[in-house]
Design a protein around this ligand. Structure first.
Ligand code: FES
Length: 555
């Protein structure tokens, strides 16, 4: 066995030779951020090793960091194999001030009819608590006005929790945080892989519930209510997040025929999940359409009132998984497309989450100067997904990036832009600031991501016999989309040009739709009846998918 000592906590663990440093850290109960869960392309699991330990580690040749980083002792924990006793330093996570969209449009008002209700019986001086028609419990005295619920938007990256008074229907407090699962594995497929490891599912579920309990306790304290008054939680989120929250193995979501075990529209016991609300409290999972069109989208259907709109509406949630709905006079069709992690700022040389220090907006002036909007107004340390889209759209507009996605040679550009084109270790890049640049490989990631979304849109429209000009309105939902500009989406070609002037950004409709479901059990029934009627469009079923996707990758 080999001994691995992790600094700064001086924690030791014995592992068999050949184990990765990442596996050793996990065994020791330590956290090394690993968004791609060991696939070797996010670069976020880098740890530092002193030179005397170099020969006690082997590193596969295809997983090496740039020479200057390796010389400083950095290596990928997910690929470095332990061959003897080593000491490793895990860098302190500096990310703070995460930017999270906590609310979304709610285009309908709703008559208050929560699934949970209380009735005071003066003759027995007791209060009866019901979930629908089912008696949940009996409380002593008159507690009929002490009744709350929480709406939880379980995003792949972030969590948003709102505490709602079920008597008045008013939101009492809300809070948000990073989804702790994203530190182990950023996207849905990496999380499914993590669950296949021993104890993986229990760890992801446990950490999520612990974080929700922390948030709920904070909200209850802020609003001055007891957690024992909270009788229901609505969990909104994509299909994988619902599986993980419920402690259900998400493996079927990752392999053909991609059938979710949980289809939603069901109530679970909160205590069985470890959720610290009222002892007899329940958790409602909204219905999902498919493995990759989840409750975040069905909640969005409600929030955006898609079934009530006349004409044609395209509803898109842009993320690592792009989910979309085409609504035509009340008839809905859905599809999803794997966009990859670029929209989350992952797999990008200087990518980061939308937290303090992230570039979130870019403008290139007529003089060729590059102006940056940085979250928190601090020095830029990286670029988040929305900043990346803005940057690439500006580079395309200025001719720095051509239609094929290649950088224009420096000598063909105006001087202020041309001098930002550099060649480093054989790679062409655009220098954004002294520390941050965009490489040709990064551009490729953007092309893959936006190409996947655009191909999804084109095929969905085609399958339903609609032209782009026939779309009356485009709704962009979700945290990521909220920070985008219509112009950037059009320049990138992520949306067809015919959508100009028709785009609205709705924010976090997973959260606002979840709140409607908490307040109205009539809407739950409506949504559960509607969901099976949504037509599913399978992109992989199209023999011309590759051709459409390739075309959609151009600018
Ligand atoms: S590169 Fe190691 S976890 Fe992503």
């Amino acid at each position: 066995m080999s001994r691995v000592t992790f600094r700064p906590d001086q924690i030791e663990i014995q592992v068999p030779p050949g184990s990765t440093l990442l596996a050793a850290a996990r065994l020791a109960g330590l956290l090394i951020e690993a968004p791609c869960n060991g696939a070797g392309h996010c670069g976020k699991c880098a740890v530092q090793v002193a030179p005397e330990y170099f020969d006690r580690l082997t590193i596969p040749p295809d997983s090496r960091l740039p020479p200057e980083r390796e010389e400083a002792g950095w290596l990928l924990a997910c690929h470095a194999l332990v061959q003897g006793d080593v000491t490793v330093t895990i860098p302190v996570r500096r990310e703070c001030g995460l930017q999270i969209v906590t609310s979304g449009e709610k285009r309908r008002s709703v008559a208050l009819s929560p699934w949970i209700s209380k009735r005071f019986m003066p003759e027995s001086c007791q209060t009866y608590v019901y979930a629908g028609e089912r008696l949940l419990t009996v409380e002593r005295g008159d507690s009929a006005s002490d009744i709350c619920g929480v709406v939880v938007d379980i995003g792949t990256t972030t969590l948003v929790v709102a505490l709602v008074d079920l008597v008045s229907g008013k939101e009492l407090a809300s809070d948000s945080a990073l989804n702790p699962q994203s530190l182990h594995a950023q996207d849905v497929l990496s999380r499914i892989r993590f669950c296949a490891e021993p104890g993986g599912l229990a760890r992801l579920q446990g950490e999520l519930i612990a974080e929700l309990n922390r948030l709920i306790a904070g909200l209850a304290a802020t609003a001055g209510v007891s957690r024992s008054w909270i009788y229901e939680a609505v969990f909104s989120g994509n299909s994988c997040m619902l599986h993980l929250a419920a402690g259900v193995d998400p493996a079927p979501l990752g392999k053909y025929p991609f059938t979710p075990t949980l289809t939603g529209g069901e109530h679970l016991e909160a205590a069985a999940l470890g959720l610290a609300i009222a002892e007899r409290g329940v958790v409602y999972l909204p219905p999902v359409i498919s493995a990759y069109v989840g409750a975040d989208i069905t909640a969005g259907i409600l929030a955006a009132e898609l079934t009530e709109l006349s004409g044609t509406t395209l509803f898109i949630d842009i993320g690592t998984n792009g989910e979309m709905i085409l609504a035509r006079d009340g008839h809905l069709a859905a599809t999803s497309t794997a966009a990859g992690p670029a929209f989350e700022g992952m797999n990008i040389s200087h990518g980061m989450r939308a937290a303090a220090g992230a570039i979130e907006g870019v403008r290139i002036t007529a003089e060729g100067e590059v102006e940056l909007d940085v979250i928190g107004g601090v020095e830029a340390t990286g670029i988040c997904g929305s900043g990346l889209m803005d940057l690439v759209a500006e580079l395309v507009s200025c001719g720095v990036v051509g239609a094929s996605g290649k950088f224009t040679p420096a000598e063909r550009l105006p001087e202020p832009l041309g001098r930002r084109i550099e060649k480093v270790n054989g790679t062409t890049l655009f220098r954004i600031s002294e520390r941050i640049s965009l490489s040709q490989k990064d551009l490729r990631q953007v092309q893959l991501a936006k190409g996947a979304i655009r191909a999804g849109i084109d095929i969905l429209l085609d399958e339903r016999g609609v032209t782009a000009a026939g779309v009356d309105r485009v709704y962009i939902a979700g945290s990521f989309g909220f920070h985008l500009r219509e112009e950037s989406l059009l320049i990138l070609g992520l949306l067809p040009p015919e959508c100009r002037g028709k785009v609205s950004f709705l924010g976090n409709t997973s959260q606002s739709g979840g709140e409607l479901l908490l307040l109205s059990h009539r809407l739950r029934v409506e949504l559960e009846l509607l969901t099976p009627l949504v037509a599913r469009v399978e992109l992989t079923g199209r023999s011309d998918f590759d051709r459409i996707f390739m075309k959609a990758m151009g600018f």
